[in-house]
Design a protein around this ligand. Structure first.
Ligand SMILES: Nc1ncnc2c1ncn2[C@@H]1O[C@H](COP(=O)(O)OP(=O)(O)OP(=O)(O)O)[C@@H](O)[C@H]1O
Length: 591
């Protein structure tokens, strides 16, 4: 009781930025409060992300189920809730016999589908135990969120018995007034029983997988990978021979082979241009579990180079950007050259195509470390004008992007031209490099009037559907950034992404992958079912660049002719029959 009062005072002092006496709060709790403040969490209420349909078909839930049910029965109606979460703190299961406690837990969202990760719920038994990687009890006012002050929680991370990775957490929660030291002892012994159950359930299959993996690695000296639910083993040969992008591609093919029974052999081209032969062998009679043997396939390389005199595809020209299609590389080179020559440039294209990204990368390539700033003309009120003045007055700025110039009206464009002439007068020998971006929709390019005399070059940045093949590079690039390489994309998922028309371009692709990463919350391979519904509105096949251009021309013509197909066909010089066929073939929704 005394401890709780001291914790309450310490918490209040902490929240009001007053000094906290070290003896009043345990160090791991204080450290967690600091992290909670860093996440900008409100201390007076709890708001948590919710996943409507969390994936509960995991080895953890299968093995933990009987252990949790036994414990729940033994608790015999006592007000203690037994909670299982995945490794991110997402609640998968809750067993509570006491209705009053259950009602309270519902009120604070300690229920399946809600995440009790520390970054959302602040200091608590689940998230903080997962964060520190060991058992953690959090008592009453030690919780960061006021809503949790009547509860006591004892959380213990659960580590996989074979690979040692944290795969979830067990938590026992009761009323603060009922808590005692036995709560933690019980949580620890439950975690131990779950580990034993996991070992028992997985040992037969995983040990035979491990044996097959070791035998294959020793015998053949090839690259070998073993895959099972939560287990991934890759031998040194595979790790050394394949770079991160190639590893991800191989894992995607491996998942595909294993999901079809695992006995196939395929030839695959990897992102670096190397060809490999991948042979699968299922283990344990389950799809998704088996050994993959990977060997370099020189015939593939020879075939390619003999057939078309192919060289490995060109590398991206600008740092931090990916994409090797001719259209994207052409724009990249133009922006790079303009930046090197300090020539001011207009970057024009649909929303999210990568205009700012190109300007930033060109600047970093040509003036590494130099100050690069952005001002956005879409800002309302006087915000833009004031910010622009400040940037132009700052002599340390070496590169400036003026974004969304299409938002300026005629007066705005005049003022901008005047301000830019001013900077040329003031810094005639060292003006900043300036790129102006124009976001154009439906092929309309706004008129920049007099400004064009200052910007002699306009680079058109193509929409993603016109260099759709770059999706193959963009997806692993974004997944690597978003999930630190924990997630890869299955080949059929990639096919679906390649067939989408991406009206929001690369920014939309990045957004979709972000959504997938947040929803999945565990490592593995992304399947088409993981993709949000909007990516399913796809054309029946992936279109070549010419076909995509033709589809766009038809869409623009239909728009310009108020949806009248006959007139649209005439203005494009095509017959009515042809336009009808193409509208159907390209899956165009008539405007
Ligand atoms: N080739 C690429 N490689 C890696 N990332 C890219 C590439 N192209 C675009 N991106 C990323 O896509 C996102 C959108 O790009 P960016 O903001 O540059 O688009 P924009 O054309 O300037 O958009 P808007 O018209 O809306 O202002 C950014 O996160 C950017 O880093």
């Amino acid at each position: 009781m005394e401890d709780n009062r001291r914790a309450a005072t310490a918490r209040l002092n902490f929240l009001t930025l007053d000094p906290v006496a070290p003896q009043d709060v345990r160090p791991p709790i204080l450290a967690s409060w600091v992290r909670s403040r860093h996440w900008n969490l409100p201390a007076d209420k709890i708001t948590l992300p919710y996943v409507a349909d969390p994936d509960k078909d995991l080895p953890l839930t299968r093995s933990a189920g009987p252990v949790l049910r036994r414990l729940h029965e033994n608790l015999d109606g006592q007000p203690i809730s037994v909670i299982l979460t995945d490794r991110s703190g997402l609640v998968l299961q809750r067993l509570t016999a006491d209705t009053e406690l259950a009602r309270h837990l519902d009120k604070v969202y300690l229920a399946p589908g809600f995440s009790y990760a520390e970054e959302f719920a602040g200091t608590n038994g689940i998230g903080t135990a997962l964060d520190v990687g060991g058992p953690m009890h959090v008592f009453g006012h030690e919780h960061y969120a006021e809503d949790l002050e009547d509860l006591a929680c004892a959380g213990v991370p659960i580590k996989h018995p074979l690979n040692g990775k944290t795969i979830g957490a067990i938590d026992l929660t009761c009323w603060r007034k009922d808590a005692g030291s036995l709560l933690m002892a019980l949580a620890k012994s439950t975690a131990e029983s779950i580990r034993a159950a996991l070992l028992r359930d997985s040992s037969t299959r995983e040990l035979s997988l491990l044996e097959a993996y070791l035998q294959t690695s020793r015998r053949l000296g090839d690259m070998v990978i073993a895959i099972d639910d939560d287990l991934l083993l890759m031998n040194a040969k595979a790790r050394q021979s394949l770079d991160a992008g190639d590893q991800r591609a191989v894992l995607g093919h491996a998942a595909e082979i294993l999901s079809h029974g695992g006995t196939e052999t395929i030839l695959a081209e990897l992102p670096t241009g190397a060809w490999v032969r991948i042979t699968g062998r299922p283990i344990g009679g389950r799809s998704g579990s088996g050994i993959l043997q990977i060997s370099p396939h020189s015939a593939g390389v020879d075939l390619r180079s003999q057939a078309s005199g192919h060289r490995p595809p060109p590398r991206p020209v600008l740092p931090g950007l990916v994409g090797r299609s001719a259209g994207w590389l052409g724009s990249s080179r133009e922006v790079d050259n303009a930046c090197r020559a300090r020539q001011w440039v207009v970057l024009s294209g649909e929303r999210g195509v990568g205009k700012v990204a190109l300007a930033r990368a060109a600047h970093h390539q040509n003036s590494p470390g130099g100050a690069f700033h952005i001002v956005d003309a879409a800002r309302t009120g006087d915000g833009f004008a004031a910010e622009l003045d400040a940037e132009l007055a700052d002599d340390s700025v070496q590169a400036l992007v003026i974004r969304h110039a299409e938002c300026l009206d005629a007066d705005g464009l005049d003022s901008l031209a005047e301000a830019l002439y001013g900077v040329l007068e003031r810094r005639p020998s060292t003006p900043p490099w300036i790129a102006l971006t124009l976001t154009c929709e439906n092929g309309d390019t706004p008129d920049l009037g007099e400004l064009l005399t200052l910007f002699p070059l306009t680079v058109d940045v193509p929409p993603l559907r016109h260099h759709i093949e770059d999706v193959r590079d963009l997806v692993p690039h974004f997944l690597n950034q978003l999930s630190h390489g924990d997630l890869t994309c299955a080949p059929d998922t990639m096919q679906q992404l390649l067939r989408s028309s991406w009206p929001g371009n690369t920014a939309e692709l990045c957004q979709v992958l972000k959504q997938v990463v947040v929803r999945r919350r565990r490592a593995g391979v992304i399947t088409p079912a993981d993709l949000p519904a909007r990516t399913r509105a796809v054309s029946r096949r992936s279109l070549s660049q010419l076909e995509a251009l033709e589809r766009d021309a038809i869409v623009h013509s239909l728009l310009a002719n108020g949806g009248h197909k006959g007139r649209a066909a005439k203005s494009l010089g095509m017959s009515r029959a042809t336009i009808y066929r193409k509208i159907h073939d390209y899956g165009i929704q008539s405007p």
